[in-house]
Design a protein around this ligand. Structure first.
Ligand SMILES: Cc1cc2nc3c(=O)[nH]c(=O)nc-3n(C[C@H](O)[C@H](O)[C@H](O)COP(=O)(O)OP(=O)(O)OC[C@H]3O[C@@H](n4cnc5c(N)ncnc54)[C@H](O)[C@@H]3O)c2cc1C
Length: 454
């Protein structure tokens, strides 16, 4: 018998499961992680006595509440942890659970697969000791480890100051917080951000704490290189006045905001359109998260909005699913959730403008920089292939010519930078470069498992 299936046990998936359970359904909730909670509210590994209250700071209450609610929910759902969905064909999911392959048919599918870091390469970014910002946070929350003892935070994101604060709290020295977006661009975005004053104040608080701790905070920097022999030794950049600055460090966390994990939505048949603020192709949804017949998308996996928006959008998508099953609609709840999701996502759109993706810096990367680390393709090789190409250029064609985006990560890491390099050649906005199509397996799986798919 087919079922209602939710992929992703973060705030969005949990929010959705609660609404479905309240209406008498028993959804299947699948997550590749060992413990529910998702990325932002990740639980430490079993047996690790981490003080999450201290680590989560202002988010500690919400963190604890989500985990309490999941415990209450767990016996009312069919929860399948450590289960990766690596392909979708028609109405069937391809799964991998503890190394064993399997399939699962569904009637209705709600995907809440969350986000991942968006990476902007720079010379030296493949040196040991360079992490994404999210990776640096996960090392802390999942394993209680620091990525280094003196860490530089580079990128364009309000989460740089948040993560630097978490690292400082756990005993690391912070070499610098360096943001590529100029300060006036952030000031210009302030009025739009006032729609969610509490989050704005929290973000300003993280910056204030860094200033009080004496951490150098630079805006409008141009990254030059991560330097080092066998591992990171320093971060070199030009400040807003064009002066070269070198910050000694043993690790670098790169944070250019998040991008939705949309591969499963792609395989499930969602349509995509280009979003110029985020400079990404995103799945098309209606106001409640419907993306096609019996397909619902929620959380950061469809629009970056943060944990509260994820939870509300999960609940909203579940209401859409129930309405499509013919159940009476709780219009008051739908109205409240719709307003909440719209407000929080508008805030994130403001943040995307205030902390811009550095498209010009990426387009100007030196030829020698490694772009696709899975397949060892440099920026220069991509440019050379584009010079030789006959006919119209777009990202899937460049991928076929160079293998950039064809490796283990399937373009999840190099895709956004590849998009900008192609866009800078074809002209127009980022949309002109085309969309890197999602392919199964969405994450690496053993060949034996792949053999189960047609
Ligand atoms: C690394 C990282 C760290 C973050 N840290 C913070 C933070 O400290 N504070 C903050 O406010 N926000 C943080 N965020 C933002 C965070 O994404 C949101 O606040 C919130 O967690 C979004 O909720 P969600 O339910 O949409 O997605 P998530 O919480 O990301 O949950 C998605 C779930 O889907 C599962 N999943 C994805 N793909 C598959 C698949 N193919 N098969 C099976 N399961 C799958 C994942 O394992 C995950 O548990 C972080 C994001 C990332 C990526």
């Amino acid at each position: 018998m087919a079922d209602t299936v939710i992929i992703g046990a973060g705030p969005a998936g949990i929010g959705a499961a609660e609404v479905l359970c309240a209406s008498g359904l028993r959804p299947i909730l699948i997550d590749e992680g060992a413990r529910a909670g998702g990325q932002g509210y990740r639980r430490p590994a079993a047996g690790l006595a981490l003080d999450m209250g201290r680590l989560m700071g202002a988010q500690a209450g919400k963190y604890a509440a989500l985990h309490r609610r999941f415990e209450a929910l767990q016996r009312r759902i069919d929860y399948r942890s450590r289960t990766l969905v690596w392909a979708i064909e028609g109405r069937q999911l391809h799964l991998l659970h503890d190394g064993r392959a399997g399939t699962l048919a569904f009637d209705k599918l709600l995907i809440a697969s969350g986000a991942m870091d968006r990476v902007a390469p720079l010379p030296g970014w493949t040196l040991p000791g360079v992490f994404t910002l999210g990776g640096a946070q996960l090392a802390l929350k999942d394993q209680g480890c620091l990525i280094g003892s003196r860490v530089a935070f580079l990128g364009s994101s309000p989460l740089l100051a948040l993560a630097a604060g978490q690292y400082r709290e756990m005993g690391a020295d912070i070499a610098v917080i360096a943001d590529t977006t100029p300060f006036p661009a952030k000031v210009a975005a302030l009025p739009g951000l006032l729609r969610v004053p509490r989050t704005l104040v929290r973000g300003l608080g993280y910056m204030g704490a860094s200033l009080l701790a004496g951490t150098p905070m630079l805006h409008g920097v141009t990254p030059v290189a991560v330097q080092g022999g066998s591992r990171v030794e320093a971060l070199l950049l030009r400040d807003a006045r064009g002066r070269e600055r070198r910050f000694a460090c043993d690790a670098v966390a790169l944070g250019y905001g998040l991008k939705p994990e949309t591969q499963l939505a792609d395989l499930a048949g969602a349509a995509f359109s280009y979003d110029p603020d985020f400079r990404l192709f995103l799945p098309e949804i209606d106001g409640m998260g419907r993306a096609g017949p019996d397909l619902y998308l929620a959380g950061d996996g469809v629009r970056i909005g943060g944990a509260d928006a994820a939870e509300a959008s999960g609940a909203l998508a579940a209401h859409a699913l129930l309405a499509d099953l013919g159940q009476p609609q709780d219009s008051e709840a739908v109205r409240r959730l719709t307003g909440q999701v719209e407000r929080l996502r508008a805030f994130q759109r403001g943040l995307a403008r205030a902390f811009a993706w550095p498209k010009a810096q990426i387009a100007a990367l030196p030829d020698t920089v490694m772009l696709c680390r899975c397949e060892n393709v440099t920026v220069g090789e991509v440019r050379a292939a584009m010079n030789k190409a006959l006919g119209p250029l777009e990202v899937n064609r460049v991928k076929a010519m160079t293998r950039c985006g064809m490796g283990r990560c399937q373009g999840r890491v190099c895709g956004p930078a590849l998009q900008e390099i192609v866009a800078s050649r074809v002209g127009g906005d980022g949309a002109a470069a085309g969309r890197l199509r999602g392919q199964a397996p969405v994450k690496p799986v053993a060949l034996a498992a792949a053999g189960t798919a047609a």
